[in-house]
Design a protein around this ligand. Structure first.
Ligand code: NAD
Length: 374
């Protein structure tokens, strides 16, 4: 089998779906040939020579994209899709909520696996690309906030006087939010955090953060807040209004706010209203990690740092790509672990276990058809 690793071509995408480390493992059985597009790992600091040393051949884009098994970070563009071979297997962040893109992969005759739809079961944890990349984004959000913030994060006692620790609010405590809490804590900030899912309170407190509670008015609200499969569901407008009121008051005291709230397949919930931004302290910084899904913060702009009443709002997308080397290393291992369901590293035998729940959940197109999901 020919395994292809093309260079990512979407704007700002620096990651690569296989590293020399994982290429070596794909090549180990001697049964498969690996082709890597020239420069595929360059922006992630993996030179072509390292891929060659690991057993790959360096090729052009068309050769990498027309392999039997194509490993991608992002779903192929229209141009890339045109180069895929009918009958090939395509693995990556295929953006399964983009029906037109999935339709185009189906039309190209490929069998597509969207890694965003990995089920949140313990067996799939080592393959979970959303987690590995969100972890990086949560870390980098804090570093970006520290960069934009005109004061220290930790409390300092100096001969020239005392400097107060920064107060940081984290909204949305999934994988990114937890890492943001841990990173801000290491920098010495005082942390508050909030999420719609009540199960997160203990995790926040165990990391040394204070839980910002938004009470539930009734059992129905509480049940919706539990979410499904580890993901949040949209909350009723009454709860959102209650949350906005509490957030408004707490934000007045905050130096840094990091928002990470997402609901799969929907626009990001708006958690910080324009009037809340207007009520914040000048010099405060907000980092909106949900910017690609429309943002959690009113006034945030994609690809920009905007200043409103002295408050900086950072809307830089795809923060994982700003740590391209580690992001690629973790992503590539996620892909390797996903492929281990089908590819026996020692013997090189390849067979997709079609009845495996991980395969069923991630399969988005096959035999020219889009695979419908419940
Ligand atoms: P996510 O990126 O989908 O969302 C980020 C956070 O935003 C979530 O915690 C969500 O509850 C929160 N949110 C949504 N609407 C909100 C609102 N209105 N106000 C405040 N917060 C809001 O989530 P994620 O990071 O992918 O992780 C979700 C959960 O799944 C986590 O608890 C994580 O530990 C768990 N998880 C489990 C596995 C596994 O068992 N295999 C793998 C990965 C993640």
């Amino acid at each position: 089998m020919l395994i292809g690793i093309p260079r990512e071509t979407r704007p700002g995408e620096t990651r690569v779906a296989a590293t020399p480390e994982t290429v070596k493992k794909y090549a180990a059985s001697g049964k498969h040939s690996i082709v890597v597009e020239a420069g595929a790992g360059m922006l992630a600091s993996y030179p072509d020579a390292d891929y060659e040393a690991a057993g790959a051949r360096i090729v052009d884009a068309a050769t990498a994209l027309s392999a039997d098994l194509v490993l991608k970070v992002r779903g192929p563009t229209a141009d890339e899709t045109g180069k895929l071979k009918s009958g090939a297997i395509l693995i990556g962040n295929l953006n399964p909520f983009d029906a037109a893109a999935i339709e185009s992969y189906a039309k190209a005759g490929v069998t597509g696996f969207a890694l965003e739809w990995l089920p949140r079961i313990s067996r799939a944890q080592s393959m979970d690309v959303l987690s590995s990349q969100a972890n990086i984004a949560g870390y980098k959000a804090v570093i970006m906030a520290a960069f934009e913030y005109g004061k220290f994060m930790p409390m300092l006692m100096t001969a020239a006087g005392t400097v107060k620790a920064a107060r940081v609010l984290i909204m949305g405590v999934g994988v990114a939010g937890l890492q943001a809490i841990a990173t801000a804590k290491r920098l010495g900030a005082v942390i508050e955090a909030s999420d719609v899912r009540p199960s997160v309170k203990d995790q926040v407190e165990s990391l040394g953060g204070k839980w910002m509670d938004v009470p539930y008015a009734n059992d129905e609200e509480k049940q919706i807040a539990e979410g499904v499969g580890g993901y949040a569901r949209p909350m009723p407008p009454e709860w959102m209004a209650r949350q906005a009121g509490i957030v408004h008051e707490r934000c007045k005291a905050m130096d840094i706010v990091i928002t990470t709230a997402l609901i799969p397949g929907r626009p990001a919930p708006k958690l910080i209203k324009a009037e809340t931004v207007a009520a914040m302290k000048p010099g405060a910084v907000i980092v909106d990690l949900a910017i690609e899904q429309g943002g959690n913060v009113e006034g945030a702009e994609l690809n920009k740092v905007v200043v409103k009443n002295g408050v900086k709002i950072v809307g830089i997308p795809n923060l994982a790509a700003t740590l391209a080397t580690d992001a690629s290393a973790l992503y590539a291992r996620n892909v390797l672990n996903f492929l281990a369901l089908s590819l026996n590293a020692k013997t090189g035998d390849f067979a997709v276990p079609k009845d495996d729940e991980i395969i069923i959940a991630t399969l988005v197109c096959e035999s020219g058809q889009v695979v419908a999901k419940k």
